[in-house]
Unconditional design. Structure first.
Length: 141
């Protein structure tokens, strides 16, 4: 008689009655599907989340500023979480994109030389993006 070998994790072996008259049970693989990759990912995420929950710090305590500077952090957090702040930041990114395109076109027509106005505008936008990043760091901790 022959036995069917199954790769680990691909299914379990079960005993089936003998058909060759010897009376010995034959091992056959029962059809079990391996978990889908998305199921494994969800299980891993669930384990990670449960570890985070039991780490001693709750997520609510992470979002409530405390300490001597809590008042200004609360104000910044409130402002940064407003949709208007996200819209402002998006407009600044769009403005920067347009500025880079216009500056590139200008440089193409002026032998690679840029105008001082472009330099000043880039510096101002870089200062804005640095301030934005700092505010988000303060707000999110």
């Amino acid at each position: 008689h022959a036995s069917n070998d199954v790769a680990p994790g691909a299914g379990a072996k079960t005993a089936a009655p003998s058909t060759d008259g010897t009376g010995e049970a034959e091992l056959r693989a029962s059809p079990q599907k391996a978990p889908a990759p998305s199921d494994r990912l969800l299980a891993a995420a669930s384990r990670s989340l449960s570890l985070f929950r039991t780490s001693g710090r709750s997520t609510s305590s992470l979002m409530v500023p405390s300490g001597p500077c809590a008042w200004y952090r609360q104000v910044i957090m409130k402002r940064v979480k407003e949709p208007a702040f996200d819209i402002l930041c998006g407009v600044m990114v769009l403005l920067n994109t347009i500025l880079i395109g216009v500056e590139t076109e200008y440089m193409a027509h002026h032998g690679g030389q840029t105008h001082q106005g472009f330099v000043r505008a880039q510096v101002a936008l870089n200062v804005w993006f640095t301030i934005e990043l700092g505010l988000r760091f303060i707000a999110d901790g």
